[in-house]
Design a protein around this ligand. Sequence first.
Ligand SMILES: C[S@@+](CC[C@H](N)C(=O)[O-])C[C@H]1O[C@@H](n2cnc3c(N)ncnc32)[C@H](O)[C@@H]1O
Length: 273
Amino acid sequence: MTNDTKQKVREFYDEIGWQQEEGGLYQNARYDDLRPVVKEYVHNTRMRVKRGVEPTGKFMLDAGSGPVQYDEYLTYSQGYQKRVCFDISIQALREARKRIGDHGLFVVGDIANLPFKPNAFDGIVSMHTIHHLPSTEHKRAYLELFRVLNVGKKAAIVNGWTNPALVGWLDKLIVFSHRLRRFLRGKPLRAQPHDKKGTYVKKTNARWLRNEIGQEIPFEIVAWRSASTLTMRTLIHERFGGQAILRWLYQMEEKYPKFFGENGQYPLIILKK
Ligand SMILES: C[S@@+](CC[C@H](N)C(=O)[O-])C[C@H]1O[C@@H](n2cnc3c(N)ncnc32)[C@H](O)[C@@H]1O
């Protein structure tokens, strides 16, 4: 079951996720909100990752790098000699190589079984990747990242929580109202299969993380981005002061990072060795 799941995830990213669509965007960019009204908030939240890694070092590991798709991601490894892009998808690494060239080293593999020696990396980032593993392997992936992190250094991990207190109910309400509208218009309740391409995702929550790895790894949970893509797309609009709302939200996340990290959609989990 485990290898089957991983194989399906790999095939998805090789054949769909990291293929470019019209407009030069990857299919995977569908899961992001790319509208101008959210641009500043999204940019600022991506830059938060830098707080979870040392600015300089020899090797930085990007575990589940994809193609290093956004400009902000490039800044994480600016002060490093090499960025080791590691991914289960060879297509991801082909694209990453085009993007960062000589600055990169490119390794295909599984985040739950890292082929690196202990303490090999002065910095680690891993974004939106552990949730593609079967739940039985999430802990192992955290332990693996910790194992290969150098002593005295930090790793920055971003993943979505399942059903987070702040937005989980809102997302459910939004999905329900979309379905109700479709029903009232006589359309099928769900979008057509070709609109719903995706792959296996299994998310956890802050309690799970503390219970599973709290005894073994020192870490803190702070806010990365507490608004989900669905919530932003539905509620944030230029004409309703969307940018001002997101500026306020960002300030709140800055003021109460632990609360928004544990209860918002996406935490930044910082491992310290
Ligand atoms: C949602 S994408 C995120 C890519 C990039 N980190 C970002 O934030 O844009 C998830 C990436 O994780 C990779 N991935 C999924 N399962 C993996 C595994 N078991 N080991 C390594 N990489 C994996 C996928 O191939 C994909 O490139």
